[in-house]
Design a protein around this ligand. Structure first.
Ligand code: UDP
Length: 471
């Protein structure tokens, strides 16, 4: 459709099922707006407040539906629109049907319906997986060459030579769910997600070109698609201005607690927005954190649904001088930027990984599931900024609060207290090995910041993305 003016206007549709998808896509919206694009973020009513709080300073908030003829967004602003999903059935808001306004769609991986919308409007459609380029490259290799089908047992290593100078090996058990039979995600099958992935025009990744040893370019070559690295997106705001960072009691408590600690003395422990462990594993980890030499901030999800004896153990075991347990939402980006934090025990979610990279923070890696075992290989073997805890199988008991019960509560711990403590010793090591990791982490931090500065790789990629949407 012809339009009077060709102003860049992006519609972003984050997958509403995961906060770790909503946060980076909202940040991508901020970045696009900071480059002068108009941005509309479509989300569900339940997520609208979160999205709005992160773009408040740039937002023009529209109730649904937009008044006829109203603009859905002006240059440099972010409009947040809340509609019930699935959007196809709910009907898109009027602003999004104004074809003259829309130039480019970026959709979360479960929103395959967005492709039909983009095609109808004749605008490009990009996918956002929430994964890094290296993991996506490995997944592409696995789809094309299927090496996992040749191994006879789940423990056997699968070789994924996605990067020329580095052989990535993970067991079949550690592969992302794409390669497990009949996995579904966000109401669709992995097959549907794959078909969407194959059909889109390009991929937006929260990464930067210098980070993943050429993975973005290799992914582009392997898929024939445009791969646009625009991150680390968490750098689009100062950690101390993060609305979620400072407004909750939990958040304030953590930051005040960190202020009392020595520089680089604290281990920060978090398993993402939803990761929780079976009680037996949680207790082994807790015993290690309670006995190690360092003060610890430990974010525990699903604690309320733990058996009563575990809850009692928690109350009795942790002295808040040594170990600060956060049961709610931790201000992660601000914690990682705090001078007192010297290491991060992480589940290797890609959002957390990039936030650690952006903060120059060495990691101890404890992948739980999804593509996290691939991220672990990147962090430890390729980038040299992590120490592996040595987890061999996915955590089966990753449950959202309220679901912990019955036999699943009896799952044995794979990782013992001693193993965790040894890993933390290496992570916080002040000798050569630790120093080398810290130096590499600091180098990556500098590159990460450079990528988003004027003229940097992610800055230029955002410019190109915007230019391509209007040309
Ligand atoms: N996060 C946070 N506070 C928490 C838990 C998570 O700020 O208490 C944020 C974290 O900073 C990251 C996201 O949630 O941006 C988690 O994303 P990631 O990809 O690491 O893991 P997932 O939640 O998808 O497993």
């Amino acid at each position: 459709m012809e339009s009077a003016t060709k102003e860049p206007h992006f519609v972003l549709v984050p997958w509403q099922g995961g906060i770790s998808h909503i946060i980076p896509m909202t940040d991508i919206g901020r970045l696009l707006a900071s480059h002068g694009a108009a941005v509309t973020i479509i989300t569900t009513p339940a997520n609208a407040a979160l999205v709005r709080s992160r773009v408040e300073d740039l937002a023009t908030t529209t109730p649904l539906p937009l008044p006829p003829g109203a603009s859905a967004g002006a240059a440099g602003t972010v409009t947040v629109t809340a509609i019930p999903f699935p959007a196809v059935e709910a009907g898109l808001p009027e602003g999004c049907e104004r074809l003259d306004l829309l130039r480019c769609v970026v959709a979360g991986m479960c929103h395959s319906w967005a492709l039909g919308l983009a095609r109808e409007l004749g605008v490009p459609c990009y996918i956002f997986h929430g994964f890094g380029a290296f993991a996506l490259l490995c997944i592409e290799y696995l789809y094309k060459h299927r090496p996992h089908e040749a191994v006879s047992s789940a423990d056997e290593l699968v070789n994924i030579p996605a990067l020329p100078a580095f052989e990535c090996r993970v067991s079949r058990l550690q592969l992302p769910p794409h390669f497990a039979p009949s996995t579904t995600m966000g109401g669709g099958t992995m097959q549907e997600i794959r078909e969407f992935d194959v059909a889109v025009d390009g991929v937006v990744v929260n990464s930067f070109d210098e980070l993943e040893h050429g993975s973005c370019a290799l992914l582009a070559a392997a898929t024939g698609k445009t791969v646009v690295a625009v991150g680390p997106v968490s750098l689009c705001r100062s950690p101390h201005l993060d609305p979620q960072a400072m407004t909750t009691d939990d958040a304030r408590r953590v930051m005040e607690w960190l202020d009392t600690k020595e520089t680089r003395s604290v281990v920060y422990v978090s398993f993402g927005s939803a990761g929780c462990m079976p009680p037996a594993q949680l207790m082994q980890l807790g015993m290690a954190l309670g006995s190690c030499h360092w003060p610890v901030v430990w974010v525990v999800k699903g604690a309320d649904s733990m058996p009563d004896d575990v809850k009692k153990w928690f109350r009795e075991t942790f002295d808040s001088k040594k170990c600060l347990v956060v049961r709610g939402w931790a201000p992660q980006v601000a914690i990682l930027a705090h001078r007192a934090v010297g290491g991060f025990l992480t589940h290797c979610g890609w959002g957390s990984t990039l936030e650690a990279i952006a903060a120059g923070m060495p990691m101890a890696t404890w992948p739980l599931f999804a593509e996290q075992f691939l991220n672990e290989r990147l962090i430890v073997d390729v980038l040299g900024v992590g120490v592996s805890v040595g987890v061999t199988k996915p955590t089966e008991n990753v449950l959202s609060a309220g679901q912990l019960n019955g036999s699943r509560a009896d799952v044995e711990a794979e990782v013992g207290m001693e193993q965790v403590m040894k890993t933390l010793d290496r992570l916080m090591d002040e000798g050569d090995e630790g120093e080398q990791r810290r130096r590499k982490a600091q180098e990556l931090k500098a590159k990460a910041n450079g990528a988003l500065e004027k003229g940097g790789s992610s800055y230029m990629n955002l410019e190109k993305l915007i230019q391509s949407s209007v040309s």
